[in-house]
Every structure is written in structure tokens, then in C-alpha cells.
Design a protein around this ligand. Structure first.
Ligand SMILES: NC(=O)c1ccc[n+]([C@@H]2O[C@H](COP(=O)([O-])OP(=O)(O)OC[C@H]3O[C@@H](n4cnc5c(N)ncnc54)[C@H](O)[C@@H]3O)[C@@H](O)[C@H]2O)c1
Ligand SMILES: CC(C)[C@H](C(=O)O)[C@@H](O)C(=O)O
Length: 364
């Protein structure tokens, strides 16, 4: 299996290095036969090639089975005509990775967070990124110096396919979907989203559909996240709600995700958080988010291609992360500990290796 890796900006190289430690240990324990190819994106690509994301990088990534994508320092990029291209939106939009799957769960051994185990199914290709061939703020216009406009594109087809992914996931979980919208105000756009979700819901009579307006949803999530299971929403709403949910679980640094396309089979592991420039190059970032994203990527590849060892490998990384997080001595600073990024990665890799040894002994 061929994996494309691009660490990108800020804490990206640090959390990617920790993730690769875990991937190597997992590959050895499960005989996955992973091969890696590393490419520059973000500021390193800008310095070498004049663009934070080149078309050839995207086209190369398309030929791989999976992608590990680090966070970008998009806020600090130069304008597009000076090479600043939105790396994240570029991968999602150009590769049509429309399902950004963002889980968040509480861990009783970690903190006293309210009980939560949910997945946000985020539509990742449209909304304020309006065209498959244009990205990086091209949905914005300034007709006069006093007026700035932002165009949000919502299509029936994109709403339908993300809704279907949400219901398919709900069938594997607790048969509950919550659609989040603001159709009270955005009658055409959010109205279209809601119409498509209801249409797909009719195909899944066993799944209960609830609907919440985005502003109230934020309050309900904070008050009682245990009410929710699979949440589906358009791009922008999901982006905000998923940061809220992951912080409720203890830290943005715990938030893994994949961007996937169920039809082409391509999958991209990507932390939910950004490049955290406030803590970059200090070896203190929590790499859990990218490690769990890589685990999700392996599980997804396993499920899609009928490869049980990949599913087992993904589950094992999740288990190893929990084992390491359960020990206050091996937590990173965002969770009140003192463990560094590389040491955390090494601890998770060791937890995977230890169990791999147990498994081999049991099979001998
Ligand atoms: N997917 C992406 O690539 C992505 C997502 C969001 C933001 N961004 C970009 O990231 C840059 C910084 O944005 P921001 O500061 O608003 O958001 P951020 O997610 O980078 O950071 C928010 C806060 O969370 C902390 N944090 C984030 N990840 C952490 C981790 N793994 N371990 C410990 N603490 C962590 C940061 O230190 C910061 O205090 C901007 O340029 C923004 O455009 C990129
Ligand atoms: C950096 C930004 C373009 C991005 C988005 O808006 O999708 C981010 O918030 C994310 O969640 O990956």
C-alpha cells in the first residue's frame, strides 16, 4: 500500500514525525507492507517551487492509496498570485475528498469531560469554496471598497452524497443522525441541504433523524454531548462544531479526521486542528490528532478493500493511544502533562510493539 506524506507547516513536521514512528511500529506488528513518499507543501514548497501547493503535487497524490497531510499556516500565506494556495481545500476539492469524518469522544480516565462519543460528517468540497477548479478565497468579491461579498455554494448532489455517508455510518453505530442547518434564515442553501438529508433519510427507515439549527446546536453540544451520535452538516458549520466537540473532549490536539471519497477509494488523514504557530518548533504539540487520523485512514482502507489486518491495525493504534493517555506521566502539555511530541509518539509506538509481541507469542 502506497502512502503519500506531506508534513506542511507549523507543528506539521513535528506531529508527522511522531505519527511516522507509530506507523512504522504498526506496519511491523501487522505486516501491512506500507511504502511512503514524502513531498513538500506549504512554506517549504513556496520556497522551493513558488507555490504552497502545486498542481503536480495534487496529481501525484491522486495516484496513492492514502495521504497523510499536515496542517497549513494558511493565515500567513501570501496572496494567490504570489503562490499562496489553500493546501487543505486544494487536497479536498481537487481530489474530491468530500467526506471529512471528524470523531470526538470523551475519555473518563483523561478528565471529567461530559460523556461524548460522536462523529461529525462534514461536507468538505463546497460551501464557501465554490468551484472545483477554484479555491483559496475565490468565493469572495469586493465590488466596491465598502462592500465585501462571500458566496456559498450548496448543491443537491453534494448534500445527498454526504447525507448518505452519514446514514451509512449511523447504520454501523447507533442509528441516529442529527442534521445541523440554518434553514430558518438561509432558505435556499440550508433549505436545499435539509431537503436532501430528508430524502436520503427515507432510504434508511431504521435511522432516526433529528434536526437542529446551528446556533442552538452549539449550546446543546456543550450542555449534553451524549445526546448526539452522527452529526451531518455543510462545510463551514461542521468546521466550527468539530473544533468545539474536540475541545470538549479535552483538547484540539486529540482530534483526528479523514477526508475520503467512498467512490474513488482515496483517503487523506488530516488532524482537525491548524498549524499552531504559537507552539511550533518547541516539541510540545500533541501529535494524537494526526496519529488518530492515520489510524482512521488504515481502518478506512481496511474496510473499503476488505483487508482485516488494516482494520485491526487502525483499532490497535486507537487502543495504544488510549493506553498512553491513561497514564498522566505520558501526557502532553495541552492535557496537563510534560511529555514532548516525540516522546509521546515513541510511547504510542512502544505500546503497539508490546502488544504486537504479545500477539506473536499467542500465535506461536
Ligand atoms: N487543516 C488545517 O490545515 C488548518 C485548520 C485550522 C487552521 N489552520 C491554520 O492554522 C493556523 C493557526 O490557526 P489557529 O491558531 O486559529 O488554530 P490552531 O488549530 O492552529 O490552534 C488553536 C489553538 O490550539 C492549539 N493546538 C492546536 N493543535 C494543537 C496540538 N496538536 N497540540 C497542542 N495544542 C494544539 C494551538 O496551540 C492554539 O492555541 C492558521 O494559519 C490557520 O489558517 C489550518
Ligand atoms: C484552514 C482552513 C482552510 C480549514 C477549513 O476551513 O477547512 C480548516 O479550518 C480546517 O478545518 O481544515
Amino acid at each position: 500500500m502506497k502512502i503519500f506524506v506531506t508534513p506542511c507547516d507549523g507543528i506539521g513536521p513535528e506531529i508527522t514525525a511522531a505519527t511516522m514512528e507509530v506507523m512504522k511500529a504498526t506496519d511491523a506488528a501487522f505486516d501491512l507492507g506500507l511504502e511512503y513518499h514524502f513531498e513538500d507543501t506549504g512554506f517549504t514548497s513556496l520556497e522551493k517551487h513558488g507555490s504552497t501547493l502545486r498542481d503536480e503535487t495534487i496529481e501525484l497524490a491522486r495516484t496513492f492509496d492514502g495521504i497523510i497531510l499536515g496542517p497549513q499556516s494558511h493565515m500567513d500565506y501570501p496572496p494567490r498570485d504570489k503562490g499562496g494556495v489553500n493546501v487543505s481545500a486544494g487536497f479536498r476539492v481537487k481530489l474530491d475528498l468530500y467526506a471529512n469524518v471528524r470523531p470526538a469522544r470523551s475519555r473518563p480516565f483523561l478528565n471529567d469531560a461530559k460523556k461524548m462519543d460522536l462523529v461529525i460528517m462534514r461536507e468538505a468540497t463546497e460551501g464557501f469554496y465554490p468551484d472545483r477548479n477554484m479555491y483559496a478565497g475565490t468565493g469572495e468579491f469586493m465590488p466596491t471598497p465598502d462592500v465585501a461579498l462571500s458566496v456559498r455554494k450548496i448543491t443537491a448532489s453534494a448534500c445527498e452524497r454526504i447525507a448518505r455517508q452519514a446514514f451509512l455510518l449511523a447504520m454501523k453505530r447507533n442509528k441516529k443522525v442529527t442534521a445541523v442547518h440554518k434553514a430558518n434564515n438561509f432558505i435556499l442553501t440550508d433549505g436545499l441541504f435539509l431537503k436532501q438529508v430528508r430524502k436520503v433519510a427515507a432510504e434508511f427507515p431504521e435511522v432516526t433523524l433529528n434536526e437542529f439549527i446551528i446556533d442552538a446546536m452549539a449550546a446543546h453540544l456543550v450542555r449534553d454531548p451524549s445526546r448526539f451520535d452522527v452529526i451531518v452538516a455543510t462545510n463551514f458549520y461542521s468546521d466550527i462544531l468539530s473544533d468545539l466537540a474536540s475541545e470538549l473532549s479535552g483538547s484540539l490536539g486529540l482530534a483526528g479526521s479523514i477526508n475520503a471519497n467512498a467512490e474513488t477509494g482515496l483517503v487523506c488523514a488530516q488532524a482537525q486542528h491548524g498549524s499552531a504557530p504559537d507552539i511550533q518548533n518547541k516539541n510540545i504539540a500533541n501529535p494524537t490528532s494526526l496519529i488518530l487520523s492515520a489510524a482512521m485512514m488504515l481502518s478506512w482502507l481496511g474496510e473499503q478493500r476488505g483487508l482485516p489486518q488494516f482494520e485491526a491495525a487502525g483499532a490497535e493504534i486507537e487502543r495504544a493511544v488510549d493506553e498512553v493517555l491513561a497514564n498522566p506521566a505520558t501526557r502532553t502539555r495541552d492535557l496537563g502533562g510534560t511529555t514532548n511530541t516525540d516522546a509521546f509518539g515513541a510511547a504510542v509506538a512502544k505500546a503497539v510493539r508490546n502488544r504486537g509481541g504479545d500477539r506473536k507469542a499467542a500465535n506461536a
